[in-house]
Design a protein. Structure first.
Length: 368
């Protein structure tokens, strides 16, 4: 099914805050400066690899670039990418109907009512066919690939052929979360633009700008727990991550013993009727907490608590000889099983119960 055949409303692969709606980019001043220097100096490469951790604003930056180029008759005169003006081009892009912008991402399967697991070679070939046509407005044609990490091998090879022999006045903005895994042949044909994690102040600014119902304490907690990711910060703030984290810590406080009734109540929130994304949010909070505990135990780095009493729990866990290898193995297991549980529609409650039981066993072994 082509993009033109897909009609709204359909779920958005980017959730409730798609990057195409971002009109002001917070942070990443160096990336903006480097791109504008290349543009104004008439040295604009046809392909850019936008690399950095997931959720920090790389796709938002790509849309900023697309708006600027598609709205300007003289690209070399562009002085800034942000904030974005409310122009006809902006509205076309926000509604995913601009004829000269092609966005390559995971497609929604209306039969299974799920997003595909990857970006297929057929999707990449469709983009190539679209770029074989002349620009509808006589200017730039732009492709945003979000992300190359989700492309299958055949799709990546098809993309390589396209950027090896690019059509005239075409720009490829390739979002990449793990640049070390990208083919050398792709990297060598792209200008790399590195994006770093956002600081907590920038994340709180993003939260307050998008979600005016979130109080200051919740915004601060979300910014801290998001570890530099704007996408995660918004998800945490909007989906009650503050309360969920508190409830999770409340169950963990009894380690090495667990309040089974409380654990059943916590894990039972993630049944078939739970809010989309809530299970992934919980997994992020649990694995992040576990990772910070392991880091504190292995390096002696002070654990930064979110709630009063949390520091005492962690001190009790790391003050002795916490089995670091076992704790790290559990963290890796959680990371691996998240997509497996979601993709195969496995029992989410059972998975959480097993993770907590494993952690109790580890801490029981330590205290024995």
């Amino acid at each position: 099914m082509s993009q033109a055949e897909i009609t709204e409303p359909l779920p958005d692969v980017d959730g409730d805050h798609p990057p195409r709606y971002t009109r002001a980019l917070i942070g990443h001043e160096r990336a903006q400066s480097d791109f504008l220097d290349a543009l104004q100096g008439n040295r604009l490469p046809h392909a850019w690899l936008l690399s950095g951790p997931e959720g920090i604003g790389k796709a938002s930056f790509a849309y900023m670039v697309a708006r600027a180029l598609l709205s300007s008759e003289s690209p070399q005169a562009i002085q800034s990418l942000s904030p974005v003006s409310d122009t006809p081009e902006t509205r076309l892009i926000e509604n995913s109907v601009h004829p000269d912008l092609y966005v390559l991402n995971r497609r929604y399967n209306v039969k299974t009512e799920k997003f595909r697991g990857d970006i297929s070679v057929e999707d990449t070939r469709e983009m190539k066919r679209a770029f074989g046509l002349s620009a509808s407005r006589g200017g730039w044609r732009i492709a945003i690939i979000d992300s190359i990490d989700e492309m299958n091998k055949s799709g990546v090879n098809a993309l390589l052929k396209l950027i090896e022999e690019p059509p005239e006045k075409c720009l490829f903005l390739i979002v990449c979360h793990n640049p070390g895994r990208v083919l050398d042949t792709i990297r060598s044909r792209c200008r790399q633009l590195a994006f770093g994690a956002l600081n907590e102040g920038e994340l709180q600014q993003i939260i307050s700008g998008r979600l005016d119902t979130v109080d200051e304490n919740e915004a601060a907690a979300a910014a801290f727990l998001a570890e530099g990711s704007a996408g995660r910060a918004l998800m945490l703030a909007e989906m009650g991550g503050f309360d969920l984290y508190r409830d999770m810590v409340g169950v963990l406080e009894g380690l090495p013993q667990l309040d089974i009734e409380a654990l059943h109540g916590l894990a039972g929130r993630f049944g078939a009727r739970s809010e989309p994304g809530s299970f992934r949010l919980f997994c992020y909070l649990f694995s992040g907490w576990l990772h910070r505990v392991v880091r504190a135990a292995s390096t002696g780095q002070e654990f930064q608590p979110v709630f009063q009493g949390e520091a005492e729990l962690v001190h009790r866990l790391v003050s002795g000889d916490l089995p670091l290898e076992s704790a790290l193995s559990l963290w890796e297991k959680v990371q691996h099983q998240v997509r497996q549980v979601e993709g195969l529609n496995l029992d989410k409650k059972q998975a959480i119960m097993e993770w907590f039981a494993s952690l109790a066993d580890i801490t029981q072994t330590k205290s024995a």
